[in-house]
Design a protein around this ligand. Structure first.
Ligand SMILES: [Zn+2]
Length: 425
């Protein structure tokens, strides 16, 4: 924690430098607090942080002598946000196509860019991120996570999925001479034994999550079809759960989603082809949906859409399935598939969720305590609550009145340390 620790020490003087010395405290004084759980903005509340933890929240706090006040007038203090579906090793497809990123960009270039992407994400107020696959960059996400955890580079707390797992021949890049082995964007498997081996290999290499592709296009231009069999997915889920790792599944088709639900996965990504029956089953089983509205929005814009109505079919379908899932009571994850669009613009998904009809307070809950719950990290992050890590952000104005307030981040605190950067004052 080299530079983070240094910053923390500067901000929280006198720091705990000797045995028996209490860690220093900081009293955050915003206009109001949104705790990430009850959906309300509480005017006049303050937050006391000691060391890396939140120790008290509310009005008229008993403040220890020596606590340093931090005036945050004009802001709402809320939990650091949690990106639910990112790819730090990808950059926008209108800059470089996905195929060219996977095939032509050296691993060192992709890793260097991921370091910059992680910093941009943190400065945008996202203090945690679930990264769902390096897309051809091997296990580099495990190293990036370690570099962040060791304080070598700034970034969100990462949960990583390493290479992800696809059915043999179903993923990409493709369209080359069939006799030539082409590097793929994920690990290919066929059969129960191979998928179990891949799950175990990835966990051993550092995967916190297992990511499966339940469906994909067999050839460019075709519609997606289910790929992994139900038996393969069940075996993968059993191997992952035995190791205490949850499973995220890319599923765009109804059949892919049905198999994922039947296999007992933890989250479903995209879900464009969901039906009321499938969403009811997800709600009953508590399987969260990451709708990735920003991904269909971004790719449609790359194809020439200017954002006005009528929206293209892919965007309409995404909005429709999102509304259907909400109506069915499916737990909603906030995850935009960031990487398809620029890192640091993660709030784009939240704006699109609100535009599609979710109340801003519910969008904020999805991005904080909701994602923490679906990702099994509620004991550490996702709420402004005593005992949790002090991952906090102060945003200008009231984000429950206008979700765009989350674009205006005045300070980002991670584990009690204020992150220096262009947006920090
Ligand atoms: Zn993705």
């Amino acid at each position: 924690m080299r530079w983070l620790a240094t910053i923390a020490a500067l901000l929280l003087m006198p720091a705990a430098t000797a045995r028996g010395v209490e860690p220093a405290s900081l009293l955050l004084k915003p206009d109001a607090v949104f705790d990430g759980v009850d959906g309300k903005v509480h005017p006049g509340w303050q937050v006391l942080v000691t060391g890396d933890r939140i120790v008290a929240v509310g009005p008229n706090l008993a403040v220890p002598a020596g606590a340093k006040p931090l005036d945050l007038a004009g802001t709402t203090l809320m939990p650091g946000m949690i990106e639910g579906h990112g790819h730090l090793f990808l950059h926008p497809y209108d800059e470089t196509s996905w195929d060219d990123q996977v095939l032509h960009e050296p691993l060192a270039l992709r890793t260097a860019r991921a370091v910059a992407n992680a910093k941009a994400t943190l400065l945008a107020g996202f203090t945690s991120e679930r990264d769902l696959g390096t897309e051809g960059a091997g296990y580099a996400d495990v190293g990036l996570k370690a570099a962040i955890d060791q304080g070598i580079v700034p970034g969100p707390r990462l949960s990583v999925a390493t290479r992800a797992i696809v059915a043999l021949g179903a993923y990409g890049p493709k369209g080359f001479e069939p006799g030539v082995a082409i590097p793929q964007g994920a690990e290919e498997v066929s059969g129960v034994d191979q998928i179990v081996a891949a799950v175990r290999r990835q966990i051993a290499a550092g995967a916190d999550w297992i990511k499966l592709y339940a469906d994909y296009r067999w050839r460019p231009g075709e519609d997606s079809r289910a790929t992994l069999s139900l038996d393969e997915m069940k075996a993968a889920v059993a191997a992952a759960h035995d190791a205490g790792r949850p499973v995220a599944v890319h599923a765009a088709t109804a059949e892919g989603m049905r198999r994922a639900v039947a296999a007992g996965v933890d989250t479903i990504e995209h879900g464009y082809g969901g039906t009321p029956e499938i969403f009811a089953a997800m709600a009953a089983k508590g399987i969260a949906l990451c709708t990735t509205l920003a991904a269909s929005d971004a790719t449609s814009r790359y194809r020439g859409w200017n954002g006005s109505d009528p929206a293209p079919a892919a965007v309409l379908l995404n909005r429709k399935s999102f509304r259907m899932a909400m109506a069915a009571g499916v737990p909603i994850c906030m995850g935009g598939d960031v990487g398809v669009f620029a890192h640091g613009q993660n709030a784009r998904e939240m704006e699109l969720m609100a535009a599609a009809g979710m109340a801003p307070a519910k969008v904020l809950i999805a991005a904080t305590s909701g994602n923490a719950r679906w990702f099994h990290t509620s004991d550490k992050v996702g709420a402004v609550k005593p005992g949790l890590l002090a991952d906090l952000i102060a945003v200008e104005g009231d984000p429950t009145a206008d979700i765009r307030a989350v674009r205006h981040v005045r300070i980002v605190m991670k584990g009690g340390a204020i992150i220096p950067g262009e947006k920090a004052r």
